[in-house]
Design a protein around this ligand. Structure first.
Ligand code: SAM
Length: 246
């Protein structure tokens, strides 16, 4: 609203998002594999490959927002040089709890900082990071444009923004099959594995409501980013958007 208050509907959305990820945290990684048929892995790899973090020994600060259990953050550390450091930030402490255990088990602890925070009001100073990623997260925030403005603010000039998100299928014909799969199969599969189909119903609906590739690219430009581009993955089931703070 004009006064900065959240409406009842907005609070309901953030509350719903919170309880979704609280319920699924422990089985989140398994569900990711099941629902995407394992595709989220090559998609995340594609985002890190496009980012191409420096392999040199120079210090490099990265933030992964809505980073959940750390999948993207740890992939980046695997590819980057020895002085790369990641900040794993998420609004949900349950997801971060799983991330912390993974950081310890995988030997990433020294190079990872874990912070609970909202993508719409990041608890970091201006110009803190060389790069910013958000994977399957921006769709869940209440005000996408605020999350984009925050991404811009915390990036250093010359810093890079990358977003991996479900998008709009661009292959005619297959979109019908995809629709049927997502509405019929995903909530049921979620119900079997986690005991509750509702979070997965929410997931499918939120994908449908998210802006398509071009519209999202325009929003990124409006936030101030330059050289905005996107790449479709698996026929547009997902897309990676990229932009620079110049
Ligand atoms: N990026 C991880 C991955 O790809 O495996 C996790 C993605 S998961 C689908 C979405 C994450 O977004 C959840 O961990 C959730 O807690 C987080 N999230 C939702 N709303 C958020 C917000 N406003 N700020 C920060 N994180 C948020």
């Amino acid at each position: 609203t004009h006064f900065g208050f959240r409406t009842v509907e907005e609070d309901a959305k953030q509350g719903m998002v919170h309880s979704v990820f609280e319920k699924v945290a422990a089985r989140y990684d398994l569900m990711n594999d099941l629902m995407s048929g394992g595709l989220h892995r090559p998609w995340k790899d594609a985002m890190i490959a496009w980012l191409a973090p420096p392999k040199s020994a120079r210090p490099y600060a990265h933030i992964d927002v809505a980073g959940g259990t750390g999948d993207v953050a740890f992939r980046l550390l695997d590819r980057a040089g020895p002085h790369a450091h990641v900040t794993l930030c998420d609004i949900n402490p349950h997801m971060l709890g799983v991330g912390k255990a993974r950081a310890e088990a995988g030997g990433y602890k020294e190079r990872t900082e874990i912070t609970c925070g909202n993508a719409e009001s990041l608890p970091f100073p201006d110009k803190s990071f060389d790069s910013y990623t958000i994977a399957f997260g921006i769709r869940n925030v209440t005000h996408i444009e605020r999350a984009l403005a925050e991404a811009y603010r915390v990036l250093k000039p010359g810093g890079r923004f990358l977003c991996l998100e479900f998008s709009q299928m661009v292959l005619p014909g297959i979109d019908k099959i995809y629709d049927a799969y997502s509405f019929a199969v995903i909530p049921r599969m979620g119900g079997w594995v986690t005991g509750d189909p509702d979070p997965y119903q929410y997931l499918v609906e939120s994908i449908r409501q998210f802006p398509d590739q071009e519209r999202f690219a325009a929003m990124i430009r409006e936030a101030g980013f330059a050289r905005v581009q996107y790449r479709n993955l698996s026929g547009g089931v997902a897309a990676i958007h990229s932009g620079w703070r110049l």
